[in-house]
Design a binder for this molecule. Structure first.
Ligand code: GLN
Length: 284
């Protein structure tokens, strides 16, 4: 425990918390600032600008202790920014990753004229809502097999003013006929399915907190692609494009699954230049 002083200023408490969190987190100082801003109920920039000499709020210590137990900052604050938009998140949904923004960019570039969008495994709704926020003519449906996730996604659609164009529906691509009532075919299909190998040991903040059903997909991490990808040709409208997130070592295997069912693919890399998204289209 750091020496929490009763009358520490915000600035002092952030410094002590950053030291304390250095053992847990690569981003200890940032984590401490975000948690303090949350405790103060203001933005991080407003805090840095004008609140550093205030007395630190009581609740801060508890938030820092949660982070010290490896709980992700986004679950503690209940929020994560993605594609410049604020998303509510909680333990029912995967925290949207910066690397997934490349999927949104690829979708908007591939089909700026898209009208119908499907998001498979929508979770917080981040991919679908980021895409349709940037396509004013488009409507979308996000499916998930988790009712808890759908509640989060629907709340995000509402909060972002997109509820009239985004429907969230309970569906599971393993179940026969799952897509029948979704109103396809689709110009764009988005998917960030589970793709982690069940044998892989993930970081404690991921493995201990994020939903296993959104992460793991069999020994090779390919089980969901094997079921979902062959169904894409039947869901795509003529000229339609599917953007599928992949693990950075899965590009070849997933492209091969697509090729087997007549899909050609193009690779997009993430911010760290790792393979991250396959863009599938039906061969012309
Ligand atoms: N990108 C996530 C991770 O790093 C995995 C997401 C997924 O399985 N869809 O843990």
């Amino acid at each position: 425990m750091p020496p929490w002083m009763p009358d520490q200023t915000v600035g002092e408490a952030i410094r002590a918390a950053a030291d304390h969190l250095a053992a847990t987190s690569d981003t200890a100082r940032l984590d401490a600032e975000v948690l303090m801003a949350h405790a103060l109920g203001c933005s991080r920039s407003a805090m840095l600008l004008s609140r550093m000499r205030d007395t630190a709020p009581d609740g801060f210590t508890l938030l820092v202790e949660r982070r010290a137990e490896h709980e992700p900052v986004a679950y503690i604050t209940g929020q994560q920014e993605f594609f410049g938009m604020p998303f509510a998140v909680g333990p029912d949904v995967l925290i949207p990753r910066g690397d997934s923004e490349v999927l949104v960019e690829a979708a908007l570039t591939a089909r700026p004229d898209a009208h119908r969008v499907l998001d498979c495994g929508t979770g917080s709704g981040a991919l679908l809502l980021a895409v349709i926020a940037n396509l004013p003519e488009a409507t979308g449906v996000g499916i998930d097999s988790s009712p808890g996730a759908l509640a989060v996604a629907a709340g995000n659609a509402e909060a972002l003013g997109l509820a009239s164009r985004a429907r969230m529906a309970l569906a599971d691509w393993h179940a026969p006929g799952w897509a029948e009532a979704l109103g396809g075919p689709f110009d764009l299909i988005l998917a960030n399915p589970p793709y982690v190998e069940t044998t892989l040991t993930l970081d404690r903040s991921v493995a201990g907190y994020e939903p296993a059903s959104a992460l793991y997909s069999g020994e090779l991490g390919l089980d969901d692609y094997l079921v979902l990808v062959p169904q894409l040709p039947g869901l795509l409208a003529p000229g339609g494009v599917a953007l599928v997130e992949i693990g950075h070592e899965q590009a070849e295997a997933v492209a091969a699954i697509g090729a087997k069912c007549g899909l050609s693919s193009r690779l997009h890399r993430d911010l760290g230049n790792r393979p991250r998204v396959l863009e599938f289209s039906t061969a012309a």
